[in-house]
Write a protein that binds this ligand. Structure first.
Ligand code: GTP
Ligand code: MG
Length: 143
């Protein structure tokens, strides 16, 4: 069974969209295997976003992600990684197609950061790495 790490980012949390995002995941048929709300610490954000270190949007991205509570979710199901990324839509919420989470619920707010409501792992390797960062007790869970 495939697992992916989904984050309802601080913009989604602040706008009260957590339930709507979880509803879409469940309506699609995936399982919520674990879930917690926390304001992410910079140390773990640096690990999570290591691939983007040095890019111009890296510091604003970490600042934004550390700015308030976010919901961390392990989502399970066959092809859940690909499936959630399809639900999420394109990274840029202005360009994301209507019907997707970002396309229906997101927009450009004129900030340096792309506030795009959700994160979803992009590969099985990323998913296991990211789950290890945010759910250290779940690393060897059933899959
Ligand atoms: P995630 O599911 O959040 O990982 O989104 P993604 O896989 O669609 O995007 P990616 O991993 O490439 O980038 C991670 C996050 O950095 C994005 O969700 C955006 O918030 C931000 N980001 C990525 N590319 C850009 C960019 O070109 N400009 C800005 N301002 N932010 C970016
Ligand atoms: Mg990504």
């Amino acid at each position: 069974l495939e697992r992916t790490l989904v984050i309802v980012k601080p913009d989604g949390y602040a706008r009260g969209l957590t339930g709507e995002v979880l509803r879409r995941i469940e309506a699609k048929g995936y399982t919520l295997a674990a879930l917690h709300v926390t304001t992410p610490d910079r140390e773990r954000l640096a690990q999570h976003y290591a691939e983007h270190e040095g890019k111009p949007f890296y510091e604003p991205l970490v600042d934004f992600m550390a700015s308030g509570p976010a919901t961390f979710v392990i989502v399970e199901g066959h092809r859940a990684i690909e499936g959630f990324r399809a639900l999420a839509g394109a990274t840029d919420p202005t360009a994301a197609l209507p019907g997707t989470i970002r396309g229906d619920l997101g927009r450009d707010w004129g900030l340096k950061v792309q506030q795009n409501i959700v994160h979803g792992s992009d590969s099985t390797e990323s998913a296991e790495r990211e789950i290890g960062i945010w759910f250290p007790d779940e690393v060897s869970a059933l899959r």
